[in-house]
Design a protein around this ligand. Sequence first.
Ligand code: AMP
Length: 231
Amino acid sequence: MNILLFGPNGSGKGTQGAILQKKFNIQHVESGVIFRENISRETELGRKAKEYIDRGELVPDGITTPMILNRLQQPDCAKGWLLDGFPRNVNQAKQLDEALTKAGLGLDYVVEIVLDRQTAKNRITGRRLCVNDNNHPNNIFIEGIKPAQKDGKSICRVCEGELKTRSDDQDEVAIGKRHEIYYNKGNGTLAAVDYFKEKAKKGAARFKVIELDGRPGVQEVSRELLTKLGV
Ligand code: AMP
């Protein structure tokens, strides 16, 4: 099972991605994670990518695309993969499409979590991390997972632990830059999504496109996702 997963930062893409990975026992390939690993190992690739990442810009396609194509052809991806964070523009979408065809690697699903920009931004800035467990979801803007209150203080709704914010979740400029790229329908990530949708519409593809409304809670979204996947 090979899946492309799209969704803006704050759409719950990471959470749904983890559910898919487990369900199908496939490799979760995240471009951002590969870059960060290379940066911490101080590889040549990491050195080249770092300056762009630090500025919140896309790493050039000439570096990113070969890195991803190489990753997808590693033995641990043979059983299937979930690609997350790539492609992020039309050129990358075309390069991926061509490379998959050439390598005889099929794409089964393109999943898009649809969420408007303001809601996505609220989700990011509203996220609160439980110091006891990262997997205790708390968000001051999401009904159903709002933190509990005790003595006038917000605490984890699951374990009553202390809550913290991630500094990059509060950086409006950084959030804005990433969303600028995602929501750009001309040449950004939404244009890459359209590239695959158009292909599917023309009947020129064997993959299916699944659109998900990202507004409901985690469980509702994953239920809809799994239903649409037929599992
Ligand atoms: P992420 O963790 O997905 O937000 O990615 C972190 C950073 O890695 C991004 O802000 C970009 O600088 C870089 N990056 C990740 N994926 C890509 C991509 N597909 N194309 C270019 N740069 C990327």
